[in-house]
Design a protein around this ligand. Sequence first.
Ligand code: FO1
Length: 317
Amino acid sequence: MRIVVLAGGIGGARFLRGLKQAAPDAEITVVGNTGDDIHLFGLKVCPDLDTVMYTLGGGINEEQGWGRTDESFTVKEELAAYGVGPEWFGLGDRDFATHVVRTQMLGAGYPLSAVTEALCARWQPGVRLLPMSDDRVETHVAIEVDGEQRAVHFQEYWVKLRASVDAKAIVPVGAEAAKPAPGVLDAIAEADVILFPPSNPVVSVGTILAVPGIREAIVAAGAPVVGLSPIVGDAPVRGMADKVLAAVGVESTAAAVARNYGSELLGGWLVDTVDAGAVADVEAAGIRCRAVPLMMTDVDATAAMAREALALAEELR
Ligand code: FO1
């Protein structure tokens, strides 16, 4: 079975770990969000690709969900001693090495997709990890500070400001001119199942879908498309998805997120059992819906979610 997953960071990576357990023989292609990418200290940092790669490769800091296990911060401290920031972004020493290798290869002319493949040769994530695009796309967030509109990089909004101010708009800068990375459209066209994990629907899955050609390829593919709600009991399971949902005028409910994807894109949607009341609502929008436990408390629970998603896809076939 060929499965394509559109993934952001922590939620996507953890879901993939369960999916691998649930479907050990499947050929899984992950299309990773690169809108969160940021250039720091002259290095290109790809948080979502790295989170998937480290999580599936056994190198993730489990408590944080991002960055490396067994990490130290000497380089960051030395940079700070020179007065070089930003101090609010936690890049560890082990993680730095990944960004040095990536930046060196990009500088030598390799596209991000080839660089990601090279990094994965070390981590062996057991999936084919593709960036959504080799072109630069950077999510910016419009905010209002002291009555003035200003745009900040997504990481500044998420990590420095902790989404403490309202987002007025979310702009995937560069997306309109970006091309899907090599392999992305073919993987979608050849997929037996396409899954949207419980990743952020705006700044993760939404950004991937903003790359021209990807949404169209999914609609044209004909494979069942099933998503898992990242909203449980009207609040994000983790992160601050409610803030970015509000910016695009979508309520923080499992049903509203499904409706926002729409029945043209989404064939099936899983909500948590606490949101069982939303099932009829989602089905009224033309999307097949089931209520099942959606808390990724451990790999077994996550594998059970993945099995439910695959079963729903089977029903839609
Ligand atoms: N998240 C934080 O909350 N604080 C950090 O300092 C931080 C650093 C960081 C460094 C590398 C990396 O790959 C991820 C990092 N993240 C950090 C996570 C990241 O900001 C976001 O969670 C994702 O971009 C959203 O998917």
